[in-house]
Design a protein around this ligand. Structure first.
Ligand SMILES: Cc1cc2nc3c(=O)[nH]c(=O)nc-3n(C[C@H](O)[C@H](O)[C@H](O)COP(=O)(O)O)c2cc1C
Length: 313
């Protein structure tokens, strides 16, 4: 069986600049899911529309949407269909209270009838395959069985299941046995997402769930973009730090050109270093160095010191 590995969507991190730079320097990822598109104040933000323009994307992507209304769903569907995408992913997983409390993302999981009513209306009208990304619930991890049973009545290309519930945010460990329960309840193809950080964890998942073809990886791939190739047993480079530096420089140059103002650039890079720092020795110190860098000159100095003094793990 061919294993498919995907890059998880991380709003603010895995935009097309990141995805394209990833595709240039690293291997092992078959497809990337975009951070969610959403209608706010009657429109989709321009940056999100740019993010799914086919000409901006150098690796295969599946656009993701987040909505709890039929009207919005169909509006987003039309936008995406015009760009000729064959698959769209619906976000039923976002855990943030501001979102979930408005019955969006994982906040919809306690309301299977709402999800059902939307699917009933939209499924006959869309011209792409629909997949769903979901958690085990919002308030508790017991909400998913009803949702999965209801979803059995629809044609979905797959369900990406992250075995945490919304209120947990990212705390604790992914509850891997819950994925097994989801597997028993769903007739759909289930993809696994959550806490894949190393080959041993991945091998364990494959042993427990031999039918699973698709694994999605988020945070660990941003810290260590070599991970996907390693999990697939593809040849890896010996000079990881040098390749990672090129990757960093490519991202930095692109953001320096695109973003107006040092503040924006620094906060964008800091968001990346929250993950990057974890792959360096003395990661805490590494992160602090970047955090303290308040302008371009100090940032560049911090980056030179990090690449000179620390090892890439
Ligand atoms: C900062 C951040 C932003 C995220 N944005 C999205 C998003 O837009 N859509 C989505 O489905 N999941 C989003 N997620 C969740 C990830 O896609 C993924 O499900 C989660 O990080 C668990 O996988 P991991 O343990 O491999 O990172 C986000 C997670 C983080 C930390």
């Amino acid at each position: 069986m061919d294993i498919k590995l995907s890059l998880a969507p991380l709003q603010g991190v895995t935009d097309y600049y990141f995805r394209n730079a990833f595709a240039k320097y690293f291997g092992g990822i078959d497809v990337a899911f975009t951070p969610y598109l959403r209608i706010q104040y009657g429109e989709v933000r321009k940056s999100l529309l740019h993010d799914i323009q086919p000409e901006n994307n150098q690796m295969p992507v599946v656009p993701q949407i987040m909505t709890n209304s039929v009207e919005e769903f169909l509006f987003l569907a039309q936008l995406i269909e015009q760009l000729d995408y064959k698959e769209v992913n619906w976000n039923l997983g976002c855990p943030y209270p501001m979102v979930a409390k408005r019955k969006l993302g994982s906040g919809m999981l306690a309301f299977p009838e709402l999800i059902q009513s939307i699917l009933d209306e939209v499924m006959p009208k869309i011209n792409f395959k629909l997949s769903i990304k979901m958690r085990s619930g919002y308030e508790t991890p017991d909400e998913f069985p009803k949702v999965l049973e209801m979803l059995n009545n629809y044609e979905l290309s797959e369900i990406i299941f992250h075995p945490r519930y919304g209120k947990q945010l990212y705390k604790g460990a992914a509850d891997v046995p819950l994925f097994g329960k989801a597997f028993e309840l769903s007739k759909h193809k289930l993809a696994y997402n959550g806490d894949i950080t190393n080959a041993a964890f991945f091998a364990n998942l494959q042993t427990q769930f031999p039918q699973t073809e698709h694994f999605m990886i988020g945070r660990a791939l941003i810290s260590n973009p070599f991970l996907a190739a390693e999990l697939k047993g593809l040849p890896t480079v010996s000079n990881k730090k040098a390749v990672f530096k090129e990757f960093h420089n490519t991202l930095y140059q692109q953001f320096a050109e695109k973003l107006s103002g040092t503040g924006h650039l620094m906060s964008k890079m800091l968001a990346l270093w929250e993950y990057f720092s974890l792959s360096f020795t003395n990661s805490h110190k590494v992160y602090k160095r970047i955090k303290k860098a308040s302008n371009v000159a100090r940032y560049n100095e911090a980056v030179s010191i990090i690449f000179r003094e620390e090892d890439f793990l």
